[in-house]
Unconditional design. Structure first.
Length: 290
């Protein structure tokens, strides 16, 4: 078997592999920049919370419409936005920090979603919602993922400057009338949309992995913000490509394989990255001067 057969043969031979790879590319383009801003804003765990928050809405859509893409997507978007808005409202009206508020609502959402599916479906349905199946995505799902990625990139281009300013100096943005609250709300909506697009392929538990792990890994290689987004998208797509190959050749679940490859990239970046990695912080410092 040649290297071409190993690396490109499955995609050339099977249509479902090509659709899965196209889905990984669209997810990488949308999730890469979103994950980068979550890392910069120190909201990584909030991304995980929102990924669980879409479950009850997706479960309700499944109960009402079965495995209907529009019903599950609309339900997921609605549930995610409700959790984001309620968490922000509790943070503004009480002394509770935003991360604690998100944690409380995501635990409630996760329990409610599992309860809905368990009482109105089967274990197979629950596994489908939690872990997804990127090898089973169809053209409609690809259109949805591509549309979300396009909308995310266009929206980020519009709010890029105030979003960057809010990341580093939200007080200045408020002082100049930059509407930081609106920018923050739009950004959270983009996070929810990308997580809903991701759960179609990777499930609610795995969707955040392709958003956060490449973004965290890119932090150890590049400095500029735009390069962080580009590197995050590139690492996400590479993780999707290699994860799909592993799942095909070793007969492994595709979603966990993709996220584990992204996790290996993260560990390699922590150890060997060119910026603030363990290698640069400790090994190079201990080398004696020539």
């Amino acid at each position: 078997m040649t290297l071409y057969d190993l690396a490109f043969g499955p995609f050339a031979e099977f249509g479902f592999m090509r659709r899965a790879l196209a889905g990984c590319l669209a997810l990488a383009l949308g999730c890469g920049p979103i994950g980068t801003f979550l890392v910069i804003r120190r909201m990584s765990l909030m991304g995980d919370a929102l990924s669980h928050a879409v479950l009850p809405g997706a479960a309700l859509g499944f109960i009402l419409g079965g495995l209907s893409l529009p019903a599950m997507s609309l339900g997921g978007v609605g549930a995610g936005l409700v959790v984001a808005l309620l968490s922000g409202l509790v943070t503004r009206l009480t002394p509770l920090r935003e991360d604690a508020s998100f944690a409380a609502f995501y635990l409630i959402s996760l329990a409610l979603g599992v309860l809905l599916v368990s009482t109105h479906g089967s274990n197979v349905d629950l596994l489908h919602l939690l872990f997804g199946s990127i090898l089973a995505i169809d053209n409609a799902a690809l259109v949805l993922i591509g549309a979300v990625a396009s909308m995310s990139l266009l929206s980020l281009a519009v709010i890029y400057r105030p979003l960057v300013v809010e990341c580093f100096d939200p007080g200045f943005l408020r002082a100049v009338g930059g509407r930081g609250g609106l920018v923050h709300t739009v950004f959270l909506a983009l996070v929810v949309l990308n997580l809903v697009a991701g759960f179609q392929a990777l499930g609610t538990l795995m969707a955040v992995g392709l958003m956060m792990l490449p973004a965290a890994a890119a932090r150890f290689w590049v400095h500029e913000l735009w390069m962080l987004s580009a590197a995050s998208s590139a690492l996400a797509f590479a993780s999707g490509f290699l994860g799909l190959l592993l799942s095909y050749h070793l007969d492994l679940p595709s979603g966990p394989s993709i996220v584990l490859v992204a996790g290996l990239a993260y560990f390699a970046s922590v150890l060997c990255g060119s910026r603030d990695s363990l290698r640069t912080l400790y090994l190079q410092r201990r080398q004696p001067a020539a």
